[in-house]
Design a protein around this ligand. Structure first.
Ligand SMILES: [Zn+2]
Ligand SMILES: [Zn+2]
Length: 405
């Protein structure tokens, strides 16, 4: 049985500015490390990354309004979700999605590895569901097609298109994940030239860019022009939540409104994407797989190895075919607060105590107010970071780029 959705006035009360009334910060790719009984879901993720802890962290310290939690197909995660509903902390909304303590919307999802006869290597895709019934139905369907339904990002023994059709039949969303990363992505391996080789292009609701690319880079590929771009964290730990996110304009923070936003229906839309400068991403430039030296040639100038990890920038150059670029939401190259030199945990807590949440620090606090509570030099770095003006050196081969001090 579905409960009544909450009225808009409840979750909008804390917003002081009329124009902000319908703006929502969302990170739609957050993994689960463990179930509430301590069983592993994403084995490499943090032990404290449970569904409940994600919802708590989204509210504070992150200050997110909407989270897409991946790995919700795991039966014990569904149990935890049901317990949260029973305890009254989580409400299933009529328009889809769940509301946690009147403040955060949960959109349950799952990441799946596809490797059918059309793929040249495994690729990752995301599916999201509006309610408990569709999530449970999907979990039962998937259980028959993977080795272990409890674990994250399992390989499905099924065609990608069949998965797409199933997700859509259940009222879900289908989104190729981190589409350029060198491993396990649609374009990343350097073989596929078009997503139509693997997927039904009409059953794709959006594409996720991933940490090493941005709107400008991805729009060099013309077949992506018709899709909305998402920027998500792919967090494997609580602190990494919201290292990439987007700001939506929605009639309400529900599944239905998010779906409309991906199609630009009515006034629903993405207002801006916030992500790492692609140069800070782990796979931006082509590097030697053996010694991580950046390289342009076919053999490493440092160790002589010919094994390379193709950088995202080079991969996109190979695929680039677009003559013009579509209108897009603004992409802000935002450096996450944890990357800022001199901003340790103590100072971070001090800022949170003063200003509320990370989203408040990144978007709402005035520069002058920052300078009143921390050293002006550090305040200047934070301001530069949120405007994308911090200098960085490029990452590659699995290593993040660095802030130049
Ligand atoms: Zn993935
Ligand atoms: Zn993931």
């Amino acid at each position: 049985m579905r409960k009544q959705p909450m009225q808009c006035c409840i979750y909008n009360l804390k917003k002081d500015d009329e124009s902000e009334m319908n703006e929502f910060f969302a990170d739609l790719h957050i993994h689960i490390g463990r179930t509430y009984t301590g069983k592993p879901v994403k084995i490499t993720a943090s032990r404290n990354l449970t569904l409940t802890n994600i919802l708590k962290a989204a509210k504070y310290p992150k200050g997110l309004d909407i989270v897409g939690v991946i790995d919700c197909q795991s039966p014990e995660v569904i149990e935890e979700l049901e317990q949260l509903i029973l305890s009254g902390k989580l409400l299933e909304m009529q328009e889809g999605g769940f509301r946690y303590e009147d403040e955060v919307t949960l959109i349950p999802g799952s990441e799946i590895e596809v490797y059918d006869e059309h793929c040249h290597g495994p690729i990752h895709v995301l599916v999201f569901f509006p309610d408990l019934v569709s999530l449970k139905t999907f979990s039962i369907w998937l259980k028959e097609r993977v080795t272990n339904i409890q674990l994250s990002t399992q390989r499905i023994y099924e065609d990608a298109v069949v998965l797409q059709e199933k997700a859509k039949a259940l009222g879900g969303l289908f989104i190729p994940a981190h589409i350029f990363t060198p491993f396990k992505s649609l374009y990343g391996k350097g073989v596929e030239k078009s997503l139509t080789e693997i997927l039904n292009p009409t059953l794709i609701d959006a594409v996720e860019l991933g940490l090493s690319s941005d709107t400008e880079m991805a729009d060099q590929i013309s077949e992506l022009h018709s899709y909305t771009f998402l920027t998500n964290s792919d967090a494997h730990s609580l602190p990494k939540i919201a290292r990439e996110y987007q700001k939506f304009f929605l009639e309400a923070p529900t599944f239905a409104a998010i779906e409309k936003a991906l199609k630009n229906e009515g006034s629903n839309k993405i207002l801006s994407n916030y992500g790492l400068n692609p140069r800070l991403g782990k796979y931006h430039q082509t590097t030697c797989s053996e010694c991580s030296t950046p390289m342009q040639s076919s053999t490493c100038p440092n160790c002589g190895s010919s094994k390379i990890t193709l950088g995202v920038s080079e991969r996109i150059n190979q695929l680039a075919d677009a003559l013009e670029k579509p209108m897009r939401p603004k992409y802000v190259h935002q450096v996450p607060l944890e990357f800022i030199p001199g901003l340790g945990p103590k100072t971070m807590q001090y800022l949170l105590d003063h200003f509320g949440t990370e989203m408040d620090i990144l978007h709402r606090v005035k520069a002058q107010n920052l300078k009143e509570v921390i050293k002006p030099q550090l305040a200047d770095l934070i301001i530069a970071a949120r405007e994308g003006k911090l200098a960085i050196s490029a990452g590659g081969g699995g290593k993040y780029g660095r802030i130049k001090k």
